[in-house]
Write a protein that binds this ligand. Sequence first.
Ligand code: URA
Length: 230
Amino acid sequence: MRLDKYISNATDLSRTDAKRLIKNAVVTIDDVIASNPARKIAADETVAIEGSAINRAQSRYFMMNKPAGVVSVTKDHNNPTAIGLMYEHRSDELQIAGRLDIDTTGLLLITDDGKWNHRLTSPRSDCAKIYAVGLAEPIESNYQEKLSAGVLLDGEKHRCLPASMEQIDDYHLTLRIAEGKYHQVKRMFASLGNHVVSLHRFQVGDIILDAELEPGDYRPLTDLEVASIL
Ligand code: URA
C-alpha cells in the first residue's frame, strides 16, 4: 500500500494531510525520513509520524440488520444503501459480503477485507445461509424431497446444491442453502410453483444475527465471528 494511503488508513488523517506531513519531513519509514507519498510500504516496515510509530490499519467487519427498502449495492441514486446507513470513517472502502434483495431483511455482512469477503461468497464456499421464508401458497409435502435433490432454477443448466427446510406452519419455513445465486431463494420456490412473500436472513455460517440489533442498526463482528469464516 502507498505511504499516504497507509497513513490515512491507520489514522484519522486524510490523504492530503498525510501528504502534507510527508512534505514536512516528519514521516519516517524504519527511522529514515520518507519523501515520496507513493512509496509502497512492506509488511515488515515501521512507519512513524514525529517519531511515534503507527500501526497498520486493522480490517473492519460488521453485521447489519438490513431493513426492507435498503439496497445492498455501494451506490444507488434511487434508494438508500446499507453502507449509507453507517457512520464509519472511509466508508467508501466497505464492501457487502453477500447481497440481499431490496425487500429482504436481516443479516448483512460488511467488510473492507476483500479476501474474507471472497471466502464467504465464492461459489466454492460451502458456508450455509439460513433464511426465514414466507410463501404465498401452502407448503407442499414434497418440498423437502425436492429441495434435498437439488432444485433446477429457471435459466440454469445445473441443479442447486441440496438444501434443507424445516416447516413452521402451512406458509412458513426455515431454509438452509449452501450457495448464493442471484435471487436464489425466490427462484427456488418459483421453480416449485410457489412465490416468496417474505424473506429474512438470520444466519451465515456460524454468524447469527444479533437479536439486539433493530432494523438499520449494525455492530462490529467479534473476533470469533470473523475467525469463523475460514
Ligand atoms: N435469495 C433471494 O431470492 N433473495 C435474497 O435477498 C437472498 C437470497
